[in-house]
Structures are given as structure tokens and as C-alpha cells.
Ligand binder design. Structure first.
Ligand code: SF4
Ligand code: SF4
Ligand code: FES
Length: 328
């Protein structure tokens, strides 16, 4: 079949602005986007730069944006994206600087992975023989251990797009890999660090990283486990956990969210300056009819909601690793 590619080209050393270049190559029906790009590089334009190695969705080196979404080029068939003659848009991974054409600079990605201390920190002297981990304890880590560090999730993370300091989905999924590991003894200090600004509470829960991850790691779900573990460990002196707990408190009280008090609770009941920062949005909310009532409305079945909360509240909380592994 005839495969048409529209590839973003950029060579910072040339001093030229990025531009798009079209190629047309004859490929078998089973070809992947990577096959087509290699065909271009080998037989049509040797100046095209891309990164690849295994060609089998294992090494993680060929993540790029294809038709506007991060994917592994070697795992994406051209047939699945375009009918004969339709153009496929190929661009470098997002949220990372471009070294040349389709080659993204992964240095910031690795800096963030290193920042979460992705190694075991056990306590006490080294064990005399190997540490045998119970199967059920490692099952909670099955998803994160599939990560191939391709950076697809980082490429499309909406939070990173507006805040480059955010640790990002890949690093935080890796963080859960160690908090959830029974051999690691630094849960508390790790969770404290991950709860700082640019950490777990800066994820907007947009779910994009879950959608684009080629290995079903579900990075956002791992971030939610870290949040649950942090709250369970009493690390609550931040807007993120206060916001979460305020949701629970307000829904328990009224059976529905009280958006008037939510920012007050989120900022902290005594943080007047923080609370006042919400004031400028009040006129806009009033104008658009979105101002929440000052006195919250209770729903008619609020007693049933309270009963649910009571039932969950009475559950004996387990150790953090198990509580968070359950994803509450
Ligand atoms: S869910 Fe969170 S980490 Fe994942 S892409 Fe959205 S903002 Fe980024
Ligand atoms: S979590 Fe998924 S998308 Fe992100 S680096 Fe790992 S394998 Fe790639
Ligand atoms: S070339 Fe290794 S994952 Fe695509």
C-alpha cells in the first residue's frame, strides 16, 4: 500500500524554524509506522533522524506523536491509522525538547525518574539470604513493573504541558513501584517528598497517561495509590490532601458537594490569605449563574450517604502498602 507521511522536521543547528515534510513510500499492509520511517531514512532521505532499537515494543525508544497522540512507532500499524493514500502525521514526543526531527531529549525525563529515588532502601543490615517476597505483595506492583520507560505518558501529560516542574506520570509510577514494595523501608520519607509541590497532588487526573501507555501501566492509578498512602500515613499538610479530605467531609455532611466551603477547607480553615485568593473568581461565577449557595442544600437521602460513610469509616485500616494497593 502507498503510505503517506507528514513528518515534523527540525534541526536546531541549522537555525531554521521547524517545518513539515511529506513522504510517500510503498509498504506492505502489515507495516508499522516505524517500518515506513525506516524506509524513508534508508531509501529516500538519509537526513531524517529517529530513534529505535528493538522494533518489538520492548526497548521504549521509538515513542513519538503519531496523528497527535503519543505511541510506539513500532507498535502502530499504518493500516490502523490510515486508509490507502491518507496522510499520517508524525511528530517528536511532546513535553521534551527536540534534539533533531523525531528524536526527543530524554534528559529531563531521566532527571525526574532519578528524583524519586528508584532503588530499594531497606532498613537494617543486609539479609543473610535472599528476601523472599510473598506473591500477593508483588501482585500490586505488576502493572508498574511493565513500564519500559518510553516516555509516551510524559509526552502527552496535560499537567506537564503547563508546569515543567511536575514530576510526571512515569516517575511517579516508578515511585509507587518502591513505596508498594515490602522490602523498602522508606515509605514515610518517600511519601513526604512525593507530597511536596510538583509531586503527586499536581496531577489533574485527566487520564491521558492511562490512555497512551503502550504497556497498560496506568500511571494515574499509581499516583492515586501514592495519594491514598500519603493521606493514610497522615501527610495532610498540603492543599491536595486537604482538598480530598474536604470532599469526604462535605459529602458526608450534605450528601453532595458544598462548593462554597470546598476552597476554604482546601486552603486550610485559618489560611485567610489563601482563601481570599479565590475572591476574584466570585464576580465571574455570579455573572454566569455558577455561584454555589452560601448555605448548602442537603439531599433528601443524606442519611443513606452517612450510613455508607459510617460503614467505610468503621473498617479497620490496614498497613499503608495494603490500603493503597487496594486503590481506595
Ligand atoms: S492523569 Fe495526571 S499524570 Fe496522567 S497525564 Fe493526566 S495530569 Fe499527567
Ligand atoms: S508508564 Fe507507560 S507510557 Fe509511561 S514510560 Fe512507562 S511504559 Fe511508557
Ligand atoms: S523500537 Fe523498541 S519499543 Fe519501538
Amino acid at each position: 500500500m502507498q503510505v503517506k507521511l507528514k513528518v515534523k522536521r527540525f534541526d536546531p543547528e541549522s537555525g531554521e524554524e521547524p517545518y513539515y515534510q511529506q513522504y510517500s513510500v510503498e509498504m506492505p499492509e502489515t507495516a508499522t509506522v516505524l517500518d515506513a520511517l525506516i524506509e524513508v531514512r534508508e531509501y529516500h532521505d538519509g537526513s531524517l533522524s529517529l530513534r529505535c532499537s528493538c522494533r518489538s515494543a520492548i526497548c521504549g525508544s521509538c515513542a513519538m506523536r503519531i496523528n497527535g497522540r503519543a505511541r510506539l512507532a513500532c507498535k502502530t500499524s499504518v493500516r490502523s491509522l490510515a486508509e490507502e493514500g491518507e496522510e499520517i502525521l508524525v511528530e517528536p514526543a511532546g513535553n521534551m525538547p527536540t534534539i533533531k526531527d523525531l528524536v526527543a531529549d530524554m534528559a529531563p525525563f531521566w532527571d525526574k525518574v532519578r528524583a524519586v529515588k528508584p532503588w530499594l532502601q531497606p532498613s537494617g543490615p543486609p539479609p543473610e539470604r535472599e528476601y523472599v517476597v510473598p506473591n500477593e505483595a508483588m501482585q500490586a506492583l505488576g502493572e508498574v513493573m511493565n513500564c519500559i520507560m518510553c516516555g509516551a505518558c510524559v509526552s502527552d501529560c496535560t499537567s506537564l504541558e503547563v508546569d515543567k516542574t511536575f514530576l510526571g506520570p512515569a516517575a511517579l509510577a516508578k515511585a509507587w513501584r518502591f513505596v508498594g514494595d515490602p522490602r523498602d523501608a522508606q515509605d514515610l520519607s518517600r511519601l513526604r517528598e512525593y507530597s511536596e509541590p510538583s509531586g503527586i497532588w499536581d496531577c489533574t487526573r485527566c487520564n491521558i497517561c492511562v490512555q497512551v501507555c503502550p504497556k497498560d501501566v496506568k500511571p494515574m492509578d499509581q499516583i492515586l495509590k501514592l495519594r491514598a498512602a500519603a493521606v493514610h500515613e497522615g501527610i495532610r499538610n498540603n492543599n491536595g490532601s486537604r482538598h480530598t479530605l474536604a470532599f469526604v467531609e462535605l459529602v458526608n455532611a450534605n450528601g453532595r458537594l458544598d462548593e462554597f466551603r470546598l476552597p476554604i477547607f482546601t486552603e486550610g480553615k485559618f489560611n485567610i490569605i489563601g482563601q481570599l485568593s479565590y475572591l476574584p473568581s466570585a464576580p465571574r461565577m455570579i455573572r454566569s449563574g455558577k455561584m454555589p449557595p452560601v448555605f448548602p442544600h442537603k439531599i433528601s437521602g443524606v442519611k443513606h450517604v452517612k450510613r455508607i460513610f459510617k460503614q467505610f469509616g468503621e473498617r479497620e485500616p490496614g498497613p499503608a502498602k495494603l490500603v493503597s494497593a487496594g486503590g481506595h
